[in-house]
Design a binder for this molecule. Structure first.
Ligand SMILES: [Zn+2]
Length: 223
């Protein structure tokens, strides 16, 4: 989609959506944002958090990155866009929920299995960033082997969600609020082909249709 097309689409957005929702926009400016959910997802263009949850401006505080990774808490880290988003959402916005949403056909998870040459300077940060998926990669190989790439990639995507939730719980404020029952954390797996969502059930230790989680009592930790 070209910039020209995007500008035309914006005009349409203002005329149609903006017109219909002017009250909401005004209210969000006057009262500020108070989203209840931090949504951590992949940057993949096919994963659109507000669309798949049918939510409005002001509903989700969104942090997107390649691979929906959550770097483990590190007070000395300098590349900290995702950690800053987590801390802000938890300590300033006081969100009640954190969703880590992975997806099928994830390029980042696939890339974990394709070594990027050390001397490729144009992929320096991608290579460094992918280290946050290493543990998922190792667990997937140990669990399903590496004979069938399709099965291996899908397993990596799922282990990645579980691993990133564990990383999330290394943040002091997240850990404390989960222990106090003030934050609910859940891992989601979104299917690009049909829009289906699964969630990670920490008791059954498997991914199940997300609607099933509504029938169960909410636990505040997914570990
Ligand atoms: Zn992805």
């Amino acid at each position: 989609m070209s910039t020209k097309t995007l500008i035309k689409s914006h005009k349409r957005f203002k005329e149609e959506y903006g017109e219909k929702n002017s009250g909401l926009f005004q209210e969000l400016v006057e009262n500020g944002q108070s989203p209840k959910t931090l949504f951590i997802s992949c940057s993949d263009s096919r994963v659109v958090p507000n669309l798949i949850t049918y939510t409005k401006p002001g509903d989700l505080f969104i942090s997107r990155n390649i691979g929906n990774f959550v770097p483990p808490f590190d007070a000395n880290s300098e590349a900290s866009a995702t950690p800053a988003a987590i801390e802000y959402a938890v300590s300033v916005l006081n969100v009640d929920n954190i969703i880590v949403c992975g997806h099928t056909d994830c390029g980042a998870c696939k890339s974990l299995h394709l070594d990027i040459p050390e001397d490729d300077i144009e992929m320096t940060h991608v290579r460094k960033w992918l280290k946050f998926g290493e543990s998922a990669k190792e667990q997937a190989i140990a669990f399903v082997g590496n004979h069938d790439p399709k099965i291996l990639y899908a397993a990596t995507e799922k282990f990645n969600i579980i691993e990133q939730i564990k990383n999330l719980l290394t943040y002091p404020a997240v850990k404390r609020k989960v222990a106090e029952g003030k934050i609910f954390v859940q891992g989601w797996y979104y299917h690009l082909s049909n829009g289906e969502l699964e969630y990670f059930d920490p008791i059954e230790h498997q991914f199940l249709p997300v609607a099933d989680s509504l029938k169960k009592p909410q636990t505040h930790s997914q570990e």
